[in-house]
Design a protein around this ligand. Sequence first.
Ligand SMILES: [Zn+2]
Length: 174
Amino acid sequence: METILDAHLAHKYWNNLSAAKLQALLEAANTGGAVLEVRSIEIGREALLFIGLIPDASVGAKGNALQRRPMIVSRSLGNFHTTWAALLGASEHTLGFLVLHHPLTLRGVMRRSDREDVWVAAQVKRDLDSLPPMSMGDHCCNLCNEPIAKERLRAIPGVRICTKCQTIKEEMKS
Ligand SMILES: [Zn+2]
């Protein structure tokens, strides 16, 4: 098995993302886990941050948006089900599907989007250090994890907070 991301994480490659999703769901069903639909991977010096959504997650929304990044801590990680095309270039939004084993612990504030999906980040320790720090896929907000709109990224290069969170922040200041 070949690994693109140098992390302690088993990769499974499929022909397309629907096959990857199906296999991730089967694995999660068999092991009592949940599936994180990965939209962004931030590569740091010591860890990879997989950011994405858990569709229809059964966790409650609480608190306000301005606490630290919602993180999910899994007892153990399953496979990362993906495709070569998604990892190398990504014409699609989704980079793959990461199986998180039960029980999951949630850290930080959970928010729901309009579709009742929960955006979270999951941290995976790196094994090697061959990849430079970078980010793959969508750029996600440092506060709520949701993707930052392309127009905003173009207008303010390097911005790390989405419009929604920025507005809440400014309202709190005034
Ligand atoms: Zn945000």
